[in-house]
Design a protein around this ligand. Structure first.
Ligand SMILES: CC(C)(COP(=O)(O)OP(=O)(O)OC[C@H]1O[C@@H](n2cnc3c(N)ncnc32)[C@H](O)[C@@H]1OP(=O)(O)O)[C@@H](O)C(=O)NCCC(=O)NCCS
Length: 128
């Protein structure tokens, strides 16, 4: 089974279509747009895992492997890599797919660190 096939069978945290408003001056999709949805996807996973508010404290190893074009579907997958006392490291990958094709290609990856916080913005234990 190829890596793409493994990902095709997984539930993404977020799946969205790249739209014309998300492009840069060259007509390709903005790296910042992709980073934003990757952050949102990791945020969903962190909130679920920590059962409450969590914020991004670091983003490491951001890599852009392939471009994304308008109209392509972008699926963002998250994997909890490490859980600390108040922090969580979440590995995130984004994959693109043509609207009318089954072939998926990995376009970006990064590791996001989130910290669970209380209502005063102070770190709280992930396990409650
Ligand atoms: C997240 C925040 C509350 C952490 O505060 P802090 O005083 O650094 O807290 P601590 O030093 O107690 O660290 C808390 C945890 O975060 C981890 N951490 C802190 N800075 C980190 C960094 N740069 N990279 C990785 N982990 C980090 C610590 O190792 C610790 O993990 P652990 O409890 O699992 O061992 C604070 O940095 C903050 O509010 N940052 C802004 C977050 C934000 O607004 N994000 C959205 C961007 S607009």
């Amino acid at each position: 089974m190829t890596e793409a096939e493994i990902y095709a069978g997984r539930d993404p945290a977020i799946r969205v279509t790249a739209m014309p408003r998300d492009t840069n001056a060259y007509g390709d999709i903005f790296g910042g747009w992709l980073m934003s949805i990757m952050d949102s996807a990791a945020g969903l996973t962190a909130a679920r895992l920590s059962k409450g508010r969590a914020v991004t404290v670091a983003m490491d190893g951001m890599q852009f492997h392939q471009p994304v074009k308008v109209g392509q579907e972008v699926s963002v997958y998250t994997d909890v890599e490490k859980v600390g006392r108040t922090s969580m490291v979440i590995a995130v990958e984004a994959w693109r797919r043509e609207r009318h094709s089954e072939e998926a290609v990995k376009v970006t990856e990064a590791k996001f660190t989130f910290v669970a916080i209380d209502e005063d913005g102070r770190p709280r234990p992930v396990g409650g």
